[in-house]
Design a protein around this ligand. Structure first.
Ligand code: 4AD
Ligand code: MG
Length: 445
């Protein structure tokens, strides 16, 4: 594999080890005396040099981009003044083509070089080829590292991982974004969030987490909305709101530190997002009501989507939220949203019953990446909340019974992995942060 570094290199008269390496042609460059190929195998890049007779025995298609092949030769240190990834190159003495790429392979190059434009539908149709590009591959590698860092952080904090169902018969985040389906003759949905199921895990398992898919029938074509996304969710037992906020700062910071502690991943992040810095703790905290004042105090004021000044009770829409976050340019824990604009399960603040013990984590460039809250503990209060939201509580018996059978002060959150990656990797849209994005009118490839 290209990543193997413990191979003796040749230099000058000193012979290097003869190796066999398989991969695909990423780029090729023709010179008079030699052909230079950049080989990729998912672990890195290797420069391969073909000279002498080897450069005469192929036709143009053999070395088209995408062609898979096995090469044999001696690994040498590159001469001073020449460049190659890692300072190594393979002096090829023999090769076997495994899968030639067609002559329009160049089209791949073009698609790949345009991969930054996630809106163009031909790019999305060609996502399987775009994924072969350096940029897409780097984002996927960072994403993999981040998922692992989350799993490690939770394990170190002794959270138990559970795997809630995707087919459900209850809503969590409002009826308007539910994907409904026929489940053997019964009405069911694709889950919007695993939160309610996580809550049922805490009595016997303590703090729990999951990394599962969530589904939202979002009718919005924004750069941060997907129909299917990866949701990192956790639920903490016997905590108060302050504990929850501190935990959020800790998990986000730890995951970034772990991810960047690996030099290979750190180099990818640096290339994708040169300005990225580990946020300093504690994060800036801001109550919803102060955010409303802040928006109105700007010159000119940052208005609602309807073009009006914000008043208490307004949802802070995506555009205003992002502008605020970009101007402040720091991670923000935005807290204490009004009851009416938040989900039924959120606990009210003691001091001000108009607001909830809720939090959104906002990051520059993306806005909201986390939504969380303390949960209502009392049965009667929860029943009231269902009534307020017009939800029939019957289907929720397994959830509401948590309050009957030994309730506890608890809270949790959900973090959109694609949004986290968009922030960390400086991506314009969440669409380039997943393998095959799903959003309105897009369900292929
Ligand atoms: O704010 P949300 O809707 O909160 C919940 O689902 C809670 N039940 C989570 C919990 O407490 N366990 O979603 C949480 C996060 C958002 O902050 C966002 O990062 C992401 O999920 N998210 C989306 N990401 C991509 N596309 C969408 N359509 C998303 N909707 C939410
Ligand atoms: Mg939210």
């Amino acid at each position: 594999k290209i990543w193997q570094k413990d191979i003796e290199l040749g230099e000058g008269d000193k012979k290097g080890t003869r190796v066999k390496v398989s991969g695909r042609i990423h780029r090729q460059r023709q010179q008079k005396q030699a052909t230079f190929l950049t080989l990729i195998d998912g672990y890195g890049h290797l420069q391969c040099v073909l000279s002498g007779d080897l450069t005469k025995t192929y036709d143009a298609l053999t070395f088209a981009q995408g062609t898979s092949l096995t090469l044999y030769g001696e690994l040498k240190r590159v001469l001073e003044g020449q460049t190659a990834p890692d300072g190594r190159e393979l002096h090829v003495d023999y090769y076997v083509v495994i899968g030639a790429s067609p002559s329009d392979a160049d089209a791949i190059t073009n698609r790949v070089s345009k991969e930054q434009d996630p809106w163009e539908s031909s790019m999305l149709d060609s996502r399987h080829l775009v994924l072969r590009g350096d940029n897409a591959a780097s984002v996927m590698k960072v994403r993999s590292a981040v998922e692992w860092a989350f799993a490690k952080a939770y394990k170190d904090m002794r959270f138990t991982k559970i795997s809630p169902p995707a087919f459900v018969q209850t809503q969590v985040e409002g009826g308007s974004t539910l994907f409904e389906l026929d489940y053997h003759g019964e009405k069911a949905y694709l889950t919007q969030s695993s939160q309610l199921y996580l809550e049922t895990g805490i009595p016997s398992l303590g703090n729990v987490y999951c990394i599962e898919k969530s589904f939202r029938a979002e009718k919005s074509l924004t750069r941060r909305h997907l129909s299917e996304y990866t949701h990192v969710e956790a639920e903490l037992d016997f905590v108060d709101f302050e504990d929850l906020l501190t935990h959020l700062e800790e998990i986000i910071s730890t995951v970034i530190e772990t991810t960047l502690a690996d030099p290979v991943t750190a180099a990818l992040v640096k290339e994708l997002n040169p300005g990225f810095k580990v946020p300093t703790r504690p994060f800036k905290r801001m109550r919803y009501s102060d955010a409303i004042d802040w928006l109105n105090a700007q010159d000119p004021p940052i208005l609602t989507d309807k073009g009006e000044r914000h008043v208490f009770g307004d949802d802070i829409a995506e555009a205003a939220e992002r502008r605020m976050t970009d101007i402040i340019n720091l991670p923000i824990l935005l807290t204490h949203f009004p009851v009416e604009i938040k989900a039924f399960y959120m606990k009210k603040e003691e001091a001000d019953r108009r607001v909830t013990e809720s939090v959104d984590v906002l990051m520059p460039g993306v806005g909201e990446i986390v939504g969380g809250s303390m949960r209502m503990e009392g049965y009667e209060e929860l029943m009231e909340a269902y009534k307020r939201e017009g939800i029939a509580p019957k289907e929720y018996y397994w959830y509401t019974e948590q309050r009957k059978y030994g309730t506890s002060p608890h809270g949790g959150y959900g973090l959109g992995l694609e949004r986290f990656i968009a922030w960390m990797c400086g991506q314009h849209s969440v669409r380039t942060c997943c393998l095959y994005p799903r959003f309105m009118n897009r369900c292929k490839p």
